[in-house]
Design a binder for this molecule. Structure first.
Ligand code: MN
Length: 290
């Protein structure tokens, strides 16, 4: 099933060109302190049967008439896996603006990084480059959304902890600061257009993915080229962090990263999920007055 968030926090099921509003089937009252993670994603698995049962009685909206927001509203963590495709390691080691004098070897030598959850937007929004005079690159990635609290998960069982998959853009300022800084400006994490529940993608390690800028292909690969595949990257992350429902793991970008400029249009695709277009805002964030 394809689950979206739209029009100011409505929860929807997407079927072809239609969206069915199923918001009222979810418990959304929060108590303080709120549990870590996303309460709707945490309910998804147990609510899907009710959603299926009620769907025929709901009058759908046209998908083209709604405004799609990030399918995860409150990720506790957005985890990034750097250098998880061999061809991207090669290009990073060959580009001093990416490597800043470092040599990348393995993902484990580098570890994971966290992106601020305030950087998250949906596909109807715009990416806004942070700094005039600094390079901002696109990185298209398969994004895993965790469904069940997970800690020390064995590789073989890792997919049982997944709610679903979505498309991630891990936008990145190039430079010498930490990834947590360079990858966390507002609008630098894009998720969408919806989450595809894990039952529809039994093998996340064989999905084509691509990214175009203004119609020109920049990135084209398949997740079978991941160095740490989806199971292994979940196990690796859960060995360090408790993963909560709604936590997002961006699994790493393939080769072909490169700069975007204000006014560009990015097209991102992951097989079995979707294709979406997102615009880069015409002005840099540091040039907006006020
Ligand atoms: Mn990345």
């Amino acid at each position: 099933m394809k689950i979206c968030r739209f029009n100011h926090d409505r929860i929807g099921v997407v079927q072809e060109d239609d969206v069915y509003d199923v918001t009222d089937l979810f418990e959304r009252q929060l108590h303080w302190p709120a549990p870590l993670g996303d309460v709707v994603i945490g309910q998804l698995e147990k609510t899907l049967d009710v959603v299926r049962e009620k769907l025929p009685g709901i009058k759908p909206l046209k998908l083209s008439s709604v405004r799609l927001e990030s399918p995860v509203a409150n990720p506790g963590k957005i985890i990034g896996a750097p250098v998880n495709y061999h061809a991207h390691i090669e290009e990073a080691n060959g580009d001093s603006e990416i490597n800043n004098g470092k040599t990348f070897t393995t993902l484990e030598a580098y570890g994971l990084f966290l992106k601020a959850n305030s950087s998250l937007i949906g596909t109807a929004d715009e990416v806004q480059s942070a700094f005039a005079g600094r390079r901002t690159d696109h990185e298209v990635e398969l994004a895993v959304v965790i469904g069940t609290t997970a800690r020390h998960v064995p590789v073989e069982a890792a997919l049982d902890y997944v709610a679903g998959y979505t498309i991630g853009l891990d936008m990145s300022v190039r430079g010498g600061e930490t990834p947590c800084y360079r990858k966390s400006p507002d609008t630098y994490s894009v998720l969408g257009p919806w989450l595809v529940t894990r039952d529809e993608i039994p093998d996340p390690d064989n999905l084509d993915l691509s990214l175009h800028v203004n119609g020109e292909v920049r990135q084209q690969a398949n997740t079978h080229l991941l160095i740490l595949n989806v199971r292994r990257v979940i196990a690796y992350a859960s060995a360090l962090y408790t993963l909560h429902p709604g936590d997002v793991i961006m699994t790493g970008t393939p080769a072909g990263v490169g700069p975007v400029l204000p006014g560009d249009t990015i097209k991102a695709y992951v097989e079995k999920i979707a294709t979406f277009d997102i615009r880069v805002a015409p002005q840099f964030a540091d040039q907006v007055e006020g």
